[in-house]
Design a protein. Structure first.
Ligand code: ATP
Ligand code: ATP
Ligand code: MG
Ligand code: MG
Lengths: 259, 259
């Protein structure tokens, strides 16, 4: 199973949209996909109609089992979504307390990595959606994935946030002794604004080796898709925003070994 | 001093933009304003040209002093911004570790309230920008403010997030025995998309008493303003987005007692 994480400490840059849309494309190609929601706010969970406050199954159950030194039994926490081939490990709002409760407990940074190892034969891809904050949940995602996708909004402030995100990544890599490949994805690109064009040029100058050569344009159909609770890549695969994500998927697949 | 907090656990809804733009309008009106950045990602701090990773002065210093039972001496952590009348208490990326380090230490939920009491005579308004996550930093903001501004993106998923934000607020109010007024502000409104119009109608039906009767439209000039590191209300007060924030300010001022 290939494991991708989508992370950026900045809020509202399209992390959840990226996880949902790429997951939808892979499911259309008959790949078996597990989406993992590690954001206590539960955008990915709500997207598919589950309630992060009351859903009995979630990743939180796995963290509690790990803290109590019990077997994870990850299978019993998986939900099926309304899209065939797309399963989901829901988030729970209770996950917002994990840092305080378990932050310094040994081994809590590897719960998701252990979960995905247990589920390895069931899926071809796992895509982890991260919260907009560095903490035990993001550390879990970084330790569990083989490739990191970093959506970056094409506006000035986002550049500073990206530098911080990359320094965070280096810090986590050093402390956990693994090296992680990443792809930077320009999102919410609006060719009518100078700030978008300037930022894209700067990204291309500063990160030539890890920046995807395309962009994800602003497309209001993403909001319509979230209203319907279906990935745009399933609802309207021909929509501009969906097509750009298809190109991103092609890029990611060519960069990677087969599952 | 009147204290407002801008909060929503959902990322990218315009919290920082709201704090900056309202702060700019108040400064234009010769009010003395303190902006407080409680987001470890430091968007507000970066906006004004300070680096949340290396700036020596920040709110983090105050949390450490409080944890060591030392006097806060909040004055020495305040920075002046390039806008006259607009000061800033910077964020530090180290604040992301506060939940783990201090989450259960007695009194850590009141550090910012104590800080603003100390600075009471120096400012007419304080506006607190919150991180997109429930934790000790957001609890500090809720305990320190007299009025809460909740930006809500006009799209379907945001409605579920708002319900959660309001339940969080009720939970914090019960545990801290205070009652907090709030105003819901529809942001990133795009009248061309059905999702925006549907969501606004639903907001007006569900929250008639606490919803501001205007909207903040999508305005690409906000990105240009963030490039310049100046509030849009200062850079281009006539811009559509800035004018809608001026109307919001009028609404907030009429709802409140004078400072
Ligand atoms: N390319 C796009 N065009 C138009 N709207 C978009 C696009 N990508 C995302 N959006 C919208 O922007 C908002 C933020 O996107 P999303 O929730 O995916 O970001 P996020 O980074 O996951 O946020 P958070 O930090 O809260 O997790 C959503 O309303 C989404 O519908
Ligand atoms: N009304 C608007 N029109 C156009 N762009 C906007 C508007 N409001 C905010 N933005 C842009 O949307 C992005 C997100 O806004 P902002 O950073 O203020 O959100 P936030 O809620 O503070 O995010 P975070 O959750 O990361 O703290 C920024 O790039 C900002 O410039
Ligand atoms: Mg998200
Ligand atoms: Mg912000």
């Amino acid at each position: 199973m290939r494991v991708w994480a989508v992370a950026n400490q900045k809020g509202g840059v399209g992390k959840t949209t990226t996880a949902v849309t790429l997951g939808g494309w892979l499911a259309r190609r008959r790949q078996r996909v597990l989406l993992v929601d590690l954001d206590p706010h539960g955008s990915l969970t709500s997207y598919f109609g589950f309630d992060p406050e009351s859903n009995p199954k979630s990743g939180y159950v796995l963290f509690k089992r790990a803290a109590e030194r019990k077997p994870l039994n990850a299978h019993d926490q998986i939900e099926h979504t309304r899209v065939e081939g797309l399963d989901l490990l829901c988030a729970s709002t209770a996950m917002a307390t994990l840092d305080r409760q378990l932050g310094t407990t040994e081994g809590m940074g590897l719960v998701i990595a252990r979960t995905l190892r247990e589920l390895d034969g069931d899926y071809d891809y796992a895509i982890i959606d991260c919260p907009p904050m560095l903490g035990v949940l993001m550390v879990n995602a970084l330790a569990a994935c083989q490739h990191l996708i970093i959506p970056v909004q094409t506006e000035f402030l986002a550049l500073k946030g990206l530098e911080r995100m990359l320094r965070t990544l280096q810090m986590v890599q050093r402390s956990r002794d693994f090296s992680l490949e990443y792809t930077i994805v320009p999102t919410l690109f609006d060719k009518r604004t100078r700030a978008s064009l300037d930022t894209l040029r700067t990204l291309r100058e500063r990160y030539p080796d890890s920046l995807w050569d395309g962009v994800i344009p602003v497309d209001t159909r993403f909001r319509e898709a979230s209203l319907a609770g279906v990935p745009l890549s399933i609802m309207r695969p021909g929509a501009r925003g969906a097509q750009h994500y298809r190109q991103l998927l092609e890029y990611l697949l060519q960069e990677e070994p087969a599952p």
